[in-house]
Design a protein around this ligand. Structure first.
Ligand code: FPP
Length: 231
């Protein structure tokens, strides 16, 4: 969800105004996902590196998260959307953690639609945590080092209950992953939009989905092999 700050700056507004508009875009995209039958949406809302931003901006973002969760709870329940968190929620201030706990508990029984917030999240930190967790299983005698395949290690990632992303969208003209789902995204299609996040609408989402449908996902095979398997 990149470009909130630049969106605000271009209008002579404080950066936090961009984040506020960003929350409205989240709402719009949630309902766009529903229309397009996109059942898993993961939002990179706060990276492990974002703690280094000015305290005023960090506080404002934490406040917006609480505001969003309070405002959306009824809607999530009405639409049967389960909330997940990936990252290090333990780093977050108490009021944010409390709202997350409340929302996750209220939506834990839903199975069809999933909204995941990546909070205090970084792929490298996640990889290190997964390696630690596997090593602890080895130390307890529950696993052996030679059993450390990708499938086994993936059970120690924050995303163990979630499928790998099919499509990763980054807004606002930057073409980087910035420590987001780098292992899970090994075969994801990447889509870079020039539109800043506050202006990213369901129409932009639809365009991204259309573009995704035209991609050929080969997973290391040749195009001929894929077509032969499909026929
Ligand atoms: C990146 O834009 C955006 C963020 C670091 C925060 C995104 C957060 C929200 C949209 C609001 C809270 C989230 C939810 C799920 C309610 P940037 O500030 O880096 O933009 P810039 O690159 O133009 O400065």
């Amino acid at each position: 969800m990149d470009g909130n700050g630049r969106w605000a700056k271009a209008r002579g507004l404080p950066r936090i105004e961009g984040h506020r508009r960003g929350v409205e875009a989240v709402r719009e995209i949630l309902s766009g996902c529903r229309e397009l039958n996109i059942r898993y949406l993961t939002l990179y809302a706060f990276s492990a590196e974002n703690w280094r931003r000015p305290a005023e901006e960090v506080d404002a973002l934490m406040g917006l998260l609480v505001y969003f969760l309070r405002r959306e709870l009824n809607e999530l329940v009405r639409n049967k959307v389960r909330l997940h968190v990936i990252g290090q929620p333990g780093d977050l201030p108490d009021p944010v953690r409390a709202e997350l706990e409340r929302t996750m508990a209220a939506t834990a029984h839903f199975t069809e639609w999933h909204l995941t917030l990546a909070l205090s999240y970084g792929s490298r930190q996640e990889a290190a945590a997964a390696a630690r967790s596997f090593a602890e299983a080895v130390a307890r005698g529950e696993a052996r080092p030679e059993e450390c395949t990708w499938e086994r290690l993936a059970r120690h990632l924050y995303t163990r209950e979630l499928p790998d992303p099919d499509l990763i969208i980054r807004t606002s003209g930057e073409s980087r992953l910035s420590n987001f789902l780098m292992l899970q995204g090994a075969y994801s299609e990447l889509y870079f939009s020039p539109v800043p996040w506050p202006d990213f609408s369901r129409e932009h989402l639809r365009e991204a989905a259309e573009c995704f449908k035209r991609r050929e996902r080969r997973y290391g095979l040749t195009g001929e092999q894929l077509r032969a398997a499909a026929s």
